[in-house]
Design a protein around this ligand. Structure first.
Ligand SMILES: *[C@@H]1O[C@H](CO)[C@@H](O)[C@H](O)[C@H]1NC(C)=O
Ligand SMILES: *[C@@H]1O[C@H](CO)[C@@H](O)[C@H](O)[C@H]1NC(C)=O
Ligand SMILES: *[C@@H]1O[C@H](CO)[C@@H](O)[C@H](O)[C@H]1NC(C)=O
Ligand SMILES: *[C@@H]1O[C@H](CO)[C@@H](O)[C@H](O)[C@H]1NC(C)=O
Length: 962
C-alpha cells in the first residue's frame, strides 16, 4: 500500500545521513491485511520481552492486533495509546501477569479483547476503564481468584464474558460485578472453584441467556426463585456433588437447554420437583443406563404432556442394550443421540419401534461390531430417518441389506470403524443417499455392485482404507457424484473402465496412494468437469519427452496437487505436462527433486493465481529467463529452499499481479533492485534465511528496503549479514561504495609514493635481518601446516563437484565413471544426488564443501559466466586463502585464453597458487592416451591431498595447458 510509510527506524544512520528513514517493515510483526481488508497485524513466536517492542512501530490505523506466544509479562500503562483505532486485540498465549492501571487507555473503539492463557492473578479495578465499546472479553485460563467489584463498571456494551479455568470462588462477587451489564448475553464460569450460586441482593442482567458453570464444585444452587428466570442455556455438568434438591425453589421455566452430566441429580425426581420442560434437558451422563430407567423417563414425560422430543440426548450413560419397544412410550422423538455408551447390537433399531417420526439417529463412540441384515418380513421401517451415524465404533462386518429398513437415508456415516467386509448388497435400497462416509476402515475391494443403488450420491469418502485396485464399473451408477475421496489407500492402478459413470465428478482425491503413472485415458471421463485433482504423495514419474500432457483434456481444472512423489520425487517435469490447463488456479509441486524446469513448462497456465515450488528441486536450481512469462494472474508465489542462486528480472519480471513472494532459504547473495521494481503489485516479500552479503553489491537493495513504501519486507531489522551474523543487513555501512574518485586516487597515490620512499631505505638498512626472519617464518609455517594437515580429517566425501548445469553431461558421463568406478573408488558429492532433502540449500553447500577433502571446479566458459561467484567457489577459495587448506582442484574443460581469464581476478589468483588440469579436447591427436593421462593426474591430485608441484605436472607432459 502506497500510503503505508509506517516505521521510523531509529537506528538509521545509514549512508551517513542523519535523517530518519521510513520503511515498510516491522520489528516483530507482520502485516496480514489484504487489499480492502482491515489493517491487521500478527506478532507471534517472537522473543522480545517488552510490549513496546511489539507496538511501537505499528501504524496508528491498526485495527486488528495479535500478540501471542511471546515472553511478555507486563503491559505498562498507556501501552496502546498510539493505536486508537484498535477493534480486535488478542493477547492470548503470552506470559502476562502484570497489567497496569490504564494499560488499555484510550482504546475507545476496542470491541474484542482476548487475554486467555496467561498468568494473570489479579486485575486493577480500573484496568478496563476506557473500553466503552468492548463486547467480547476472555480471561480464560489465568490465575484469577477474585475480581474487583467495580472492574466492569464502564464496559457497558459487554456481550460475552469468558472466565473459564481460573480460581474463582465467590459467585456473589461475580454476580455483583456483572449485574449492571445490560447487554451481557453469555457468561462462562466453567472450571473454577465455585461452590454455590448464592448471591446477595443483586440480580443477573435480564439480557443474560447463557450461563456456563460446568466443572466447578457446586454443592447447591442457593439462589432465589427468579434468579435464573432469564437463562435459556444452563450448563451445570461435572459438579459431582450437586444434589437434586438444590433445584427446589428455582425457576427454570425459560431453560431450553440444560446439561446435568456427572452431577448427583436423579432425573425422574428432578423432573417432578422442577418446572423445567423435560424436552429441554440433555440426559447425557445422568445414569439412565438401562431399558427400565429409560421407560420410566418416557412415562414421566408423557405425564408432563410432552408431545415432541426435538432432541433426546442420552450420551455417556453406559447403556449396553435396549430391548424392543423401549422407546415406544416416549413422546415422538425427532433426533436421538446415543453416542458414547457401550451399545453393542443395533438389531435393526428395533428398540425404536413406534418412533416413526425419527429423522436422525447417532450412535457414535459405542462398541457396535456388526450391522445385520434388515430385510426380514415385518421389519419396522423408519421411512423418516434421514441421518444415521455409527462413527467411532468397532464395526467389522456390514451385511447385506443392512439399511433396508431405512430407505430414505440421505447421510450415512460409517467412518472410523474397522469395516473389512462390506457386502455387495449392504447398501442396497439407499436410493436417496447423498453423503456416504466410509473413510478410515479396512476395506480392500470395491465391486461393481457395491454402490449400484446409490444413484443420488453426491459425496463418497473412502479415504484411509486398503483399496489397491479400482475395478471396472465400480462407480458406474454414481452419475450425480461430485466428490470422490480415495486418498490414503494403496491404489496402484485403475482398470480401464474404473471411472466410468462418474459423469458429474468435480473433485477427485487420490493423494497418498501408490500410483506410478498417470494414464490419460482414465481422465477422459472427467473432461470439462473436474476442478480439483489431488495426486500428492504417490510414486508418479513422467517420461521425458512425452509428447502430450496427461491432463490435457481437463480444461476446467482449478487445483492440481503433485507434491511429494515418493521416494525420489517427480525428477523429470516434461515441458508439456501442464499444456491446456488454462483454468488452473493453484499448483503444488513441493518436495519433488525436480532436476530441471524447462522455460516452457508453465506457458499455458494463464489463469494461475497460486504456485508453490518450495523444496521442489534437486540441489541448486537455475530458473530460465521467461519461465514465468505467462503467469500474468499469479498473486502468490512461494519458492522457499529451492536452491536459487540468483534473482533476476528476466525470470520474475513478468509477474505483474504478484502480491506475495516467499523467497526464504535460497542461496542468492544479492537481489537486484530493478527486479523488485519490475513487480508492480508486490506487497509482501519474505527473504529470511538468505545469505545476503553486506557488500556494495547490495547497497541499492539496502536503500530500497529501507525507503520503499510499497513492499513489506518481513522482519527486515533482524536479517543478518552473510559474513558476520552479528551484523544486521539493514544497517551495514555502505559509504565506501560511494567514495569520491578523486579522494580515492589521492589516497592511493600518496600511499604508493610513501611505500616507494620507505621500502628502499628499509631494504638497505635491514636486508639481512629481514631475510633471516623470512626463513624462520617459513620454517615455522610449514611445520604448522603439516601438523594441521596430518590431523586425520574426518571427511565424508573425497570431493565435492561444482559445475554448471551445461556441463552436467560431461560430469555424469566422464567424471563420475572415471572417479567413482573404473578402478578408483573416490566418493563424490554431487548436488542433485547427495544433498540432504528438506535441509536448507545453504547448509547443504557449506557442509558439502567442509565435509569433502577437495572441491573440484569444472571450469568452462559458462561456468565462468554464471557460477564463478557462486557460494561454493567462494567457500573453497576462502579455505585456500584464509584457512590455508588446499582444497581446490581446477579442471578446465575448454581452452580459455589469458585474455578471457583476465577479468576473473580471483581465478587468476587461484591459478597462480594452484595447479590445474586441462581436459584434452577433441582436437588433440592422441586423444585416448591424453585422456588416460588426464585421469591419472586428477586421481593423483585427489589422492595426495597435498599440493602438487607445478613443475611436476609440467614434466608429466600434460597434453595442453592454458
Ligand atoms: C482467545 O484465545 C484462545 C486461546 O488462544 C483461543 O482459543 C480463542 O479462539 C480466542 N478467542 C477469540 C475470540 O479470539
Ligand atoms: C463474596 O463477595 C461478597 C460480595 O462482594 C462479600 O460480601 C462476601 O463476603 C464474599 N464472600 C467471601 C466468602 O469472601
Ligand atoms: C482432448 O482435447 C483435444 C484438443 O484439446 C481434442 O482434440 C481431443 O479430441 C480431446 N480428447 C478427448 C478424448 O476428448
Ligand atoms: C535510496 O532510495 C531513495 C528512494 O527510493 C532514492 O531517492 C535515493 O536516491 C536512493 N539512494 C541511493 C544512494 O541510491
Amino acid at each position: 500500500m502506497a500510503t503505508s510509510i509506517h516505521r521510523l527506524l531509529t537506528a538509521a544512520v545509514v549512508l551517513g545521513t542523519a535523517a530518519l528513514i521510513s520503511t515498510y517493515s516491522f520489528h516483530n510483526c507482520i502485516e496480514t491485511s489484504k487489499d480492502g481488508q482491515r489493517k491487521a497485524f500478527q506478532c507471534v513466536h517472537r522473543h522480545n520481552k517488552t510490549m513496546s517492542a511489539f507496538v511501537d512501530d505499528l501504524p496508528t490505523t491498526t485495527i486488528n492486533l495479535t500478540i501471542g506466544v511471546t515472553p511478555v509479562t507486563h503491559i505498562p500503562r498507556d501501552s496502546f495509546v498510539s493505536l486508537p483505532h484498535l477493534q480486535d486485540l488478542r493477547l492470548d498465549r503470552n506470559n502476562l501477569s502484570d497489567i497496569d492501571y490504564l494499560a488499555f487507555h484510550e482504546l475507545h473503539e476496542l470491541k474484542s479483547l482476548n487475554l486467555s492463557l496467561n498468568n494473570i492473578s489479579q486485575l486493577n479495578p480500573d484496568v478496563f476503564q476506557d473500553l466503552s465499546n468492548l463486547t467480547f472479553l476472555s480471561l480464560t485460563n489465568n490465575q484469577l481468584k477474585q475480581l474487583p467489584e467495580t472492574i466492569f463498571s464502564t464496559v457497558l456494551e459487554l456481550n460475552t464474558l469468558i472466565m473459564r479455568q481460573n480460581l474463582l470462588t465467590n459467585f456473589s462477587a461475580i454476580a455483583t460485578s456483572v449485574s449492571h451489564l445490560r447487554n451481557l448475553r453469555i457468561l462462562d464460569l466453567c472450571i473454577n472453584n465455585l461452590t454455590s450460586l448464592t448471591h446477595t441482593e443483586v440480580t443477573l442482567p435480564k439480557s443474560l441467556t447463557t450461563l456456563y458453570v460446568c466443572r466447578n464444585n457446586l454443592l447447591t444452587l442457593g439462589c432465589k426463585w427468579s434468579f435464573l428466570a432469564s437463562i435459556q442455556v444452563l450448563d451445570l455438568s461435572y459438579n459431582p456433588h450437586l444434589p437434586t434438591k438444590a433445584f427446589a425453589g428455582v425457576d427454570l421455566g425459560n431453560i431450553n437447554y440444560l446439561r446435568l452430566r456427572s452431577t448427583n441429580v436423579q432425573i425422574v425426581e428432578f423432573l417432578n420437583l422442577s418446572n423445567i420442560r423435560p424436552e429441554h434437558i440433555d440426559f447425557s451422563g445422568t445414569g439412565i443406563n438401562n431399558t427400565d430407567k429409560l421407560k420410566d423417563l418416557c412415562k414421566t414425560m408423557q405425564r408432563k404432556k410432552v408431545k415432541y422430543l426435538n432432541k433426546l440426548i442420552l450420551g455417556n450413560n453406559g447403556i449396553k442394550t435396549l430391548s424392543n419397544y423401549t422407546l415406544s412410550q416416549c413422546p415422538n422423538i425427532i433426533t436421538l443421540d446415543l453416542s458414547r455408551n457401550e451399545f453393542k447390537p443395533t438389531n435393526c433399531l428395533s428398540f425404536l419401534t413406534g418412533q416413526t417420526h425419527i429423522q436422525s439417529f447417532h450412535a457414535e463412540h459405542n462398541v457396535i461390531r456388526s450391522l445385520p441384515s434388515c430385510k426380514v418380513p415385518n421389519m419396522v421401517q423408519f421411512s423418516n430417518l434421514r441421518d444415521l451415524s455409527y462413527r467411532y465404533n468397532r464395526i467389522l462386518l456390514v451385511n447385506k441389506y443392512a439399511f433396508y429398513h431405512t430407505p430414505n437415508l440421505q447421510t450415512l456415516k460409517l467412518n472410523i470403524n474397522t469395516i473389512a467386509y462390506l457386502d455387495n448388497l449392504a447398501l442396497k435400497n439407499l436410493k436417496r443417499l447423498e453423503t456416504l462416509r466410509l473413510d478410515n476402515n479396512l476395506l480392500t475391494d470395491l465391486f461393481a455392485k457395491t454402490f449400484e443403488d446409490l444413484s443420488n450420491l453426491k459425496l463418497l469418502n473412502l479415504r484411509n482404507n486398503r483399496i489397491s485396485v479400482i475395478f471396472n464399473r465400480t462407480f458406474h451408477s454414481l452419475g450425480k457424484l461430485t466428490t470422490l475421496d480415495l486418498g490414503g489407500n494403496k491404489i496402484t492402478h485403475f482398470q480401464p473402465a474404473g471411472f466410468d459413470g462418474l459423469k458429474n465428478l468435480s473433485k477427485l482425491y487420490l493423494d497418498g496412494n501408490n500410483l506410478k503413472e498417470i494414464d490419460p485415458s482414465h481422465y477422459f471421463v472427467f473432461q470439462d468437469r473436474l476442478t480439483v485433482l489431488d495426486l500428492e504423495n504417490n510414486q508418479i514419474q513422467f517420461h521425458p519427452g512425452s509428447p502430450r500432457s496427461p491432463f490435457r483434456n481437463l480444461s476446467k481444472l482449478r487445483d492440481l496437487k503433485l507434491s511429494r512423489q515418493q521416494p525420489y520425487g517427480i525428477a523429470v517435469l516434461p515441458d508439456t505436462l501442464f499444456q491446456g490447463l488454462h483454468s488452473l488456479r493453484s499448483l503444488y509441486l513441493t518436495d519433488n527433486k525436480i532436476v530441471h524446469i524447462y522455460p516452457k513448462t508453465f506457458d499455458d497456465l494463464t489463469g494461475l493465481q497460486f504456485l508453490t515450488l518450495d523444496d521442489c528441486c534437486a540441489g541448486v536450481t537455475q530458473l530460465q529467463p521467461g519461465v514465468f512469462k505467462n503467469l500474468r494472474n499469479l498473486t502468490k508465489l512461494t519458492v522457499e529452499n529451492m536452491g536459487m542462486q540468483n534473482f533476476s528480472k528476466d525470470v520474475f519480471g513478468n509477474l505483474t499481479q504478484l502480491r506475495t513472494l516467499q523467497l526464504n532459504r535460497n542461496v542468492m547473495q544479492s537481489i537486484p533492485v530493478d527486479a523488485l521494481e519490475s513487480l508492480p503489485n508486490l506487497q509482501y516479500l519474505d527473504i529470511r534465511d538468505i545469505p545476503l552479503s553486506c557488500t556494495c553489491l547490495n547497497r541499492l537493495l539496502q536503500n530500497y528496503t529501507l525507503t520503499n513504501p510499497r513492499i513489506q519486507v518481513v522482519y527486515l531489522s533482524t536479517l543478518p549479514c552473510l559474513h558476520d551474523v552479528t551484523q544486521k543487513f539493514y544497517k551495514f555501512d555502505g559509504t565506501v561504495c560511494f567514495i569520491d574518485l578523486g579522494e580515492y586516487l589521492f589516497f592511493c597515490t600518496a600511499a604508493v609514493i610513501f611505500l616507494f620512499t620507505v621500502i628502499p631505505l628499509l631494504y638497505v638498512k635491514l636486508y639481512w635481518k629481514m631475510k633471516y626472519s623470512y626463513y624462520v617464518f617459513c620454517a615455522w609455517f610449514s611445520d604448522q601446516w603439516r601438523s594441521l594437515r596430518d590431523e586425520k580429517e574426518k571427511c565424508k566425501y573425497d570431493a565435492f563437484v561444482s559445475y554448471n548445469s551445461s556441463d552436467e553431461q560431461w560430469v555424469m558421463e566422464q567424471l563420475l565413471p572415471n572417479l567413482e568406478g573404473n578402478g578408483s573408488s573416490f566418493k563424490l558429492c554431487l548436488h542433485h544426488r547427495d544433498f540432504e532433502l528438506g535441509r536448507a540449500i545453504v547448509d547443504n553447500i557449506v557442509s558439502a564443501v567442509y565435509s569433502s577433502r577437495k572441491t573440484i571446479c569444472v571450469v568452462s566458459r559458462s561456468f565462468l559466466q554464471s557460477e564463478w561467484c557462486s557460494l561454493e567457489m567462494q567457500l573453497a577459495s576462502y579455505r585456500l586463502f584464509d584457512e590455508h587448506r588446499d582444497v581446490l582442484l581446477l579442471v578446465f574443460l575448454e581452452k580459455i585464453s589469458d585474455r578471457q581469464l583476465s577479468s576473473y581476478h580471483r581465478m587468476r589468483k587461484v591459478m597462480l597458487k594452484k595447479t590445474y588440469v586441462q581436459w584434452p579436447g577433441s582436437d588433440c591427436t592422441d586423444q585416448e592416451q591424453a585422456q588416460d593421462l588426464f585421469w591419472n593426474q586428477l586421481r593423483r591430485a585427489m589422492r595426495t591431498g597435498s599440493r602438487l608441484e607445478r613443475e611436476e605436472m609440467d614434466q608429466s607432459a600434460a597434453p595442453s595447458k592454458v
